[in-house]
Design a protein around this ligand. Structure first.
Ligand SMILES: Nc1nc2c(ncn2[C@@H]2O[C@H](COP(=O)(O)OP(=O)(O)OP(=O)(O)O)[C@@H](O)[C@H]2O)c(=O)[nH]1
Ligand SMILES: [Mg+2]
Ligand SMILES: [Zn+2]
Length: 303
């Protein structure tokens, strides 16, 4: 549930939480992994009759949300293990909707074999223009790609029940730009949770804290576990080969291999199956723009 320097908070099968220390042998692989145990890991423990105990083994991970360890680059830092669902939260206004951010997180989820859904929060801010909501257009776009997509309002509860049902019994990570209402949504999903909801001024400081390895899983009443993360920084697609990027856009996949050039980068090449699909309106132009940005990143250029 939570990993501190020397001890972990471990939820046992009966739902109780114990503070247990990992056995030394678990640190044998420190050369390649920064943290042998991550939040979300399933572990084997020994509990002695006097109540003390230890963590003896980490079970194989189904998925992992990882990044290159800060300042080192070569060691991997696993932020959360066994994530089932990445919840990508954004808003249309305040902060302004940025499809590239959404697509970047979706690509990260795709790369880590995690399921993902798209949530657009603060739909109440659009009530004045109720006949033509920008959020509806974006939600429809992502639904067509095969993602579950929900418009929500943490303030009045719209969409909250649907999101709660989607999270049931799964390990979830909430991600998105600062200020879109991630913590507010979790508070709406679980009354009594009381996560801190920030004013703009204190947001920067909190983000710094969240990105440490000390983030923790929160257990919800419906059996879901959730990590309230800040930033898309966690989804930096580190160490990715440029040729790998197109495969992370799920609607590109049927066209891969159908271009004129085997090494087509789908930027400007003639007889490119991806560019044709965009012209025909099958692939959204916004997705291609995001692809080009991630491709640039993968080649080592900055944004
Ligand atoms: N109008 C409106 N405001 C909202 C809604 N949800 C959250 N807010 C407001 O948006 C601001 C940011 O909310 P937070 O929940 O702190 O946002 P966050 O995504 O957790 O931000 P970080 O923790 O910094 O990443 C707060 O002032 C909330 O009251 C909503 O559905 N509608
Ligand atoms: Mg928050
Ligand atoms: Zn192509």
């Amino acid at each position: 549930m939570r990993v501190d320097k020397k001890r972990c908070h471990v939820e046992l099968d009966d739902g109780s939480v114990r503070l247990l220390a990992p056995r030394g042998k678990l640190f044998d692989k420190r050369g390649t992994t920064k943290n042998p145990i991550a939040v979300g890991d399933r572990v084997e423990v020994t509990i002695e009759s006097d109540g003390t105990g230890s963590i003896d083994a980490v079970l194989p991970r189904r998925t992992k949300l990882a990044r290159a360890s800060a300042g080192e680059g070569t060691r991997e830092q696993v932020l959360v293990a066994n994530v089932d669902l990445v919840i990508v939260v954004s808003s249309i206004d305040n902060p302004t909707f940025r499809p590239t951010i959404v697509d970047r997180i979706l690509a990260g989820a795709e790369r880590g074999d995690m399921d993902a859904c798209v949530v657009i929060n603060k739909v109440d801010l659009e009530d004045e223009a109720a006949d033509e909501r920008e959020s509806d257009a974006w939600l429809e776009l992502y639904r067509k790609l095969g993602y579950e997509a929900i418009g929500t309002c943490a303030a009045d509860g719209r969409g909250v029940e649907r999101l709660r049902a989607l999270m049931r019994d799964r390990i979830c990570v909430v991600s998105g730009l600062s200020g879109v209402g991630k913590s507010s949504l979790l508070n709406a999903i679980e009354p009594g949770l009381s996560l801190r909801v920030g004013s703009v001024s204190e947001r920067g400081a909190r983000e710094g804290r969240h990105t440490t390895t000390h983030s923790s899983l929160i257990r919800l009443q419906n059996g879901a576990h959730v990590v309230d993360t800040p930033g898309i920084r966690n989804f930096g697609l580190f160490d990715i080969d440029p040729t790998e990027v197109a495969g992370l856009f799920r609607e590109f996949q049927p066209y891969l291999g159908a271009c004129n050039f085997d090494d087509c980068s789908h930027e400007h090449e003639p007889r490119c199956a991806i560019l044709d699909a965009i012209r025909e309106g099958v692939i959204p132009a916004s997705r291609h723009a995001s692809y080009l940005e991630l491709l640039r990143d993968a080649r080592g250029g900055r944004l």
